[in-house]
Design a protein around this ligand. Structure first.
Ligand code: TYM
Length: 331
């Protein structure tokens, strides 16, 4: 039998997740989990590159795990684990640091953005963030990495570092490829649709959080920025607001963008925005209920993490052992 390809992705347990994370990452995983050997991490080591309140970080960790499962990621089919439970991530990151140039890291867009936003705490971890992400991906010999477009540069650097190491020694790492959704790889802010919808946006009215209640969701969509054309058409260049709403509607309704355009042909923006809001709220309500139910069963969630860590470590340690041998660490 042909070996299945390996799929890897992760989300940071920081702030509240948005529908951008849901569309660009988690729902995409659900569709792929039957066809790949999947590893999905909760990236808490990445999270501390920005100061976190410890109790909140702990709580958000379980909450994110419950969300993965509530969205349909199946812990029987996939390895769900917490990054800090597998020490090989930090260990490989250290080795890969010696294959990464300071200049490359200084040029990373996200590093520059975050440095500007957290000028009081530009720590080494923030700069090293892409190397830790590289270690995450390479430890599992991942073939594909489904992410949103904002992670493009990070997956590119993972490929560069893998190739650099392979060239310096001999083939050791699989060189991974990013996988982006055709529609939904960059969900925009509702108030400024050319900007990505972000967990840490300054104005929370532009982001729809997965924890928002129905009223908040509908209110936010009602206020979404559109244009003066009064025509529901997908044209990201000229109609970023309407196109963003169409992408969101398509992801939440399961209909294609073309079908959605047809459905709203002739409709006013008010009705269109209300329909998008209601569709999102209808879909999120059962996920929120399931997440709350799972969170009440901490023993179950701990069990998922324990088993996930064991399975992840088994694969990760194999890769790490290979690396240590190649670079000359005496065993
Ligand atoms: P994070 O936690 O910022 O985001 C998680 C995932 O959500 C995607 N995403 C979006 N997709 C579409 N539209 C948006 N507005 C939007 N906002 C976020 C992100 O692209 C991402 O796929 N560094 C990563 C976590 C990570 C990781 C990894 C990912 C750590 N190690 C290894 C892949 C492989 C991050 O901070 O994602």
């Amino acid at each position: 039998m042909e070996e299945r390809k390996v799929l890897y992705s992760a989300v940071q347990p920081t702030n509240n997740l948005t529908i951008g994370n849901y569309i660009g990452a988690i729902t995409n995983w659900v569709g792929l989990q039957n066809n790949y050997d999947c590893y999905f991490a909760i990236a808490n080591m990445h999270a501390i590159t920005v100061r976190q309140v410890p109790a909140e970080l702990r709580q958000r960790t379980l909450s994110l795990l419950a969300l993965y499962i509530a969205c349909g990621v199946d812990p029987e089919k996939c390895v769900l684990y917490l990054q800090s439970h597998v020490p090989a991530h930090a260990e490989l990151c250290w080795v890969l640091n010696t294959f990464t140039y300071v200049g490359e890291m200084e040029r990373m867009t996200q590093f520059k953005d975050k440095s500007a936003r957290h000028a009081e705490n530009i720590n080494m971890g923030l700069m090293d963030y892409p190397v830790l992400m590289t270690a995450d991906i390479l430890l599992y010999q991942s073939d594909i990495v489904p992410v949103g477009l904002d992670q493009r540069q990070h997956v590119e650097i993972a490929r560069d570092i893998a190739q650099r190491f392979n060239n310096a020694y001999s083939p050791t790492f699989k060189v991974p490829e990013a996988l982006y959704l055709k529609v939904g790889a960059k969900i925009g802010d509702l108030l400024d649709p050319t900007k990505k919808m972000s967990k840490s946006a300054e104005n929370a009215n532009g982001s729809v959080f997965l924890s928002d209640d129905r009223d908040a969701i509908i209110r936010k969509f009602k206020r979404a920025v559109t244009d003066s054309e009064a025509c529901v058409k997908y044209d990201p260049e000229n109609k970023p607001g309407v196109s963003n709403l169409l992408s969101i509607y398509s992801a939440f309704s399961g209909k294609s963008v073309a079908e959605a355009e047809k459905e709203f042909a002739g409709a006013g923006y008010g009705d269109f925005k209300l329909a998008v809001g209601e569709t999102v709220a209808d879909r999120l309500a059962p996920i929120q209920a399931e997440q709350a139910k799972l969170l009440a069963d901490k023993a179950y969630l701990d069990g998922v993490l324990r088993s996930g860590a064991e399975r992840a470590a088994r694969t990760a340690n194999k890769t790490l052992a290979k690396v240590y041998k190649k670079i000359g660490f005496y065993s």
